[in-house]
Write a protein that binds this ligand. Structure first.
Ligand SMILES: C[S@@+](CC[C@H](N)C(=O)[O-])C[C@H]1O[C@@H](n2cnc3c(N)ncnc32)[C@H](O)[C@@H]1O
Length: 261
C-alpha cells in the first residue's frame, strides 16, 4: 500500500487517502473533481451515489458536506471497496458512506441489494469519474452511467461527471440526447491545461483510438496545440505531432453538470 495522499478541498478540511498500490489512481482528474465538489457544494445534499468510487475519495469529500446525508460508492475492483471503507474511517465519515462491490449499478454480492434498491428514484445527486471506454469514441461508460442512473436519480437531481476537454463540447452535450431524460448544463470545474501524457500507456492507447474514430467519420476531438496557443488540434494531428516531436497534446480534466429531467 502506498503512502497516504493529502487533499485540501476548500472549506471541507484535510483529507488523507490511501491509494491502491500499483494502480493508476488519484490522478489530476481526481484532484480536479475534488475541487469541483468543494466549490459546488450547494449542488450536493441528501443521498448520493459515487459511480466507480475507487479509493473512495470523491464519496468522502461529498460526505464532508453538511447537507449530504449519505453516499453510496459503487466499485468493480473488490480490493478498492475495502480500501475505500478504510479511507472513510480515516477521514471520520464512515457513518455517512458505504461502498459496494458492484458492476455499474448491479451489486456483485447477494447481500448487497438493499442499499441500492433503497436509492431507486430517490437519489439526490450522482458523482462519477468513469474510465474511458475502449473501442468506441471513449464515452461509452459515461452513456452507461447516465442510462443506469435514470432508475435512481430523482427529477431535477444533478449529475457531476468528469469528461475531459478533448472530447469536444458538441459530443459531450450530445450525451444528453444519446441517453434521453437529461439536460446538459455545461462545465462546472476545470483543471489547468495539462499534457495528455503519452508516456501513460492508457492515454497513448486512447489517442490512437480517437484518431481511428475520426478516420471513421466520428466527431473530431479538440486538443489544444502542444506548445500552447489558441485553436484546436484533432486527434489525428495530435497523434502525428506526437510521433514526430515526442510532445504530448494538451487537454484539461473537466467536470460537467447534467440534470435529470
Ligand atoms: C478513473 S477511476 C476513478 C476513481 C475515483 N472515483 C477517483 O476519482 O479517483 C474509475 C473507477 O471506476 C471503476 N470502474 C470501472 N468499471 C466499473 C464498473 N463497471 N462498475 C463500477 N466501477 C467501475 C474502476 O475500477 C475505477 O476505480
Amino acid at each position: 500500500m502506498s503512502e497516504p495522499i493529502e487533499f485540501s478541498p476548500p472549506g471541507l478540511g484535510a483529507i488523507e487517502i490511501l491509494a491502491p498500490a500499483g494502480k493508476l489512481s488519484l490522478t489530476p482528474a481526481t484532484q480536479m473533481a475534488v475541487n469541483t465538489i468543494a466549490s459546488h457544494r450547494d449542488l450536493l445534499r441528501g443521498k448520493g451515489i459515487d459511480w466507480g468510487s475507487g479509493s473512495g475519495v470523491l464519496a468522502i469529500v461529498a460526505a464532508r458536506i453538511g447537507a449530504v446525508e449519505s453516499v453510496l460508492g459503487l466499485e468493480l475492483a473488490v480490493e478498492d471497496v475495502e480500501l475505500a471503507q478504510e479511507n472513510a474511517r480515516r477521514n471520520g465519515v464512515a457513518d455517512k458512506v458505504q461502498f459496494l462491490h458492484a458492476d455499474s449499478f448491479t451489486p456483485l454480492e447477494p447481500d448487497d441489494l438493499s442499499p441500492l434498491t433503497d436509492l431507486l428514484d430517490t437519489t439526490d445527486f450522482l458523482i462519477a469519474n468513469p474510465p474511458a471506454s475502449r473501442g468506441d469514441d471513449g464515452l461509452g461508460w459515461r452513456r452507461s452511467v447516465l442510462r443506469g442512473a435514470r432508475h435512481f436519480v430523482r427529477p431535477g437531481a444533478p449529475l457531476l461527471i468528469q469528461i475531459s476537454y478533448q472530447y469536444n463540447v458538441d459530443r459531450i452535450a450530445r450525451l444528453a440526447e444519446d441517453v434521453q431524460g437529461y439536460s446538459y448544463e455545461g462545465v462546472i470545474g476545470s483543471s489547468e491545461w495539462i499534457a495528455f501524457d503519452q508516456s501513460r500507456s492508457d492515454l497513448s492507447a486512447q489517442l490512437v483510438e480517437y484518431a481511428e474514430e475520426e478516420t471513421a467519420g466520428g466527431t473530431v476531438y479538440t486538443f489544444a496545440p502542444a506548445g500552447g496557443g489558441a485553436g484546436h488540434v484533432s486527434a489525428i494531428d495530435a497523434l502525428n505531432h506526437y510521433r514526430m516531436t515526442g510532445e504530448s497534446p494538451i487537454s484539461k480534466w473537466q467536470m460537467h453538470l447534467f440534470r435529470r429531467g
